[in-house]
Design a protein around this ligand. Sequence first.
Ligand SMILES: [Zn+2]
Length: 314
Amino acid sequence: MFVIVDVCSRLPARQALEFIFTLALIGAPLQAKPEGTAGSAGGEELQVSHSARSLQPGEVVLVEVQASQRVDRIVGTIFDREVPFESVASGHWWGLVGLDLEVSPGENILQLKAFQQGRPIGKAEYVLLVEKKDFPTRHLTLAKRFVNPPEESLERIRKESRRITALFGDFAPERRWEGPFDRPTEGAPTSSFGKRSILNGQPRSPHSGTDFQAAKGTPVKAPNFGKVVLAADLYYSGNTIILDHGQGLYSYFAHLQDFKVSQDDLVSKGTVIGRVGATGRVTGPHLHWSVRLRKARVDPLSLIAVLSSSRLSR
Ligand SMILES: [Zn+2]
């Protein structure tokens, strides 16, 4: 395991990239567990390595696989979900794994299978050893109706929750996003990801996004290419936009003042999709950005860091 952010902060950008590439090819010997044979063909070795800010809940992990012979397809599985892998160079493949905000610390095994003309020719198991992370707790005092919503709003809240859950399960199979993700607004991010909230003294689920401090009306830009799959006013998150970046990667923007795009619009990186506001359950204007990666709730800043530091995503 190596830490991209620390490396980059000490080296000029280009040097850091070269260093990371070299490390990536060397691999992560402590955690790689290549298995030599699979199926009748046997013998195909898969060298596996990863890069991430850390292996902790809420982090995005970039996994690289080097195959010694021609491989048509690589399929990964972890947390009972498939991880799509893409080829970037001869024998060189990569994919993204999301460690959910509430994943238990310990060993999690990524199963990898390599295929040639539909035949399995190799497999590997790669252990991602997730370390514990203690997220801070925040105490908030909000209007009563947001902590204990009134009876007449319960049906609306349930309906919206079902709609969002269904959306995250119905993603575009192709990759729409390209290259690194950009910050969606000018404001500074707060270290709010994963914080436990105590609302009016009552514990709530952890904060699954990163909040950006920005004044009302500040433009919100698409951090990457995607399709608008929701642009609607929701009870808790106010004016909300969800972008489907493809392959199970989603951006969720909340509390917007207004929308500059509509459902089903295709957006490019940098397209203004709305403006910062204070709609929904908020204590003041800010932008809330959540990222889902194959249903895992991950820190958007982790996604930015891991892809900005890798030439693989370009
Ligand atoms: Zn938030």
